[in-house]
Design a protein. Structure first.
Length: 284
């Protein structure tokens, strides 16, 4: 529990970051990289092993709000406050594509996942999604080496017109479900406080789980059928699927605005305004 390495960028605030995926090889230590998005629209790639910045790009004219690596680590997807999504190459430093489908609403989530070649009868080995704060989710199939990017689905979730008693709207959050291929999970401001499971094959919501409040953060375990949901009411809920068993945990001093399962699924990191908590998951 000590600070190992630190990078500082003067006069800019870091808005989002992502680890580069580990290469699928049985030998050789690959240097670890982190990509970070900043308030001036720039992206910086840092090498942890060499403790230096390797690349700076400027694909956005406004602050970044979400960032992710493609599953092979060869591309960086970034989303801005204006709703534009850029696809950039960390090898060349060039932005190869800009998508304006969510223009006008800040991007809240970008996530990539591998797909089987014949899934959904579209080319490419990757699915990725973009979520914006206006409760819209777009799902894409891509093959960046062939410059292919095809819209697979477009989701728009309804909400009441004039919310009362809410200082600001809860975020729109979506994630691919690790244990149900072809399914994505969505939480956000809506008619009901709930988690929605949407099937990309059936093109419909196939399951709903009620929540006590609107969610402020979401994470799905890559190793077990667990879902973590954070709330503005300083509460963390751990849901077991499909049994829907729920366990609630207090301990935060403010809204739980971040949940992240470790790749092993054995630990969960949560963060609020002035606290970062690490939880150990026990049992099956």
């Amino acid at each position: 529990m000590e600070l190992v390495v630190q990078f500082q960028v003067l006069n800019q605030s870091c808005q989002c970051l992502a680890w580069k995926p580990r290469p699928i090889v049985a030998w050789g230590a690959e240097s670890q990289h982190v990509v970070a998005g900043y308030s001036d629209g720039t992206i910086r790639v840092f090498s942890i092993s060499r403790t230096e910045m390797e690349l700076k790009m400027h694909p956005h004219a406004v602050a970044l709000t979400a960032i992710a690596y493609s599953t092979d680590g060869e591309m960086i997807l970034s989303g801005g406050k204006d709703g534009l999504v850029a696809v950039s190459s960390p090898r060349t430093g060039m932005t190869i594509r800009v998508l304006a489908d969510h223009k006008g609403s800040p991007i809240t989530v970008l996530q990539c996942t591998r797909k089987q070649y014949r899934d959904f009868e579209v080319e490419g080995g990757e699915l990725w999604l973009a979520t914006s704060s206006d409760r819209r989710v777009s799902v894409w199939a891509s093959d960046w080496l062939k410059d292919k990017c095809e819209l697979l689905d477009w989701l728009s979730f309804p909400a009441p017109a004039g919310p009362e008693g809410l200082g600001s709207l809860p975020p729109s959050l979506a994630a691919f479900c690790p244990w149900e291929p072809g399914t994505l999970v969505y939480v956000g401001f809506g008619v009901q406080k709930e988690v929605l499971f949407y099937s990309l094959r059936k093109k419909q919501v196939v399951e709903k789980i009620s929540l006590p409040y609107f969610a402020t953060s979401l994470s799905l375990s890559p190793a077990a059928r667990f879902m973590a949901v954070g709330f503005g009411e300083r509460l963390l809920r751990l849901l077991s699927c499909p049994s829907r068993d729920a366990q609630d945990y207090a301990g935060h001093d403010d809204a739980v605005h971040l949940c992240r399962f470790a790749p092993s699924g054995r630990r969960l990191l949560t963060a609020s305004h002035s606290a970062v908590l690490v939880w150990e998951l026990t049992g099956g």
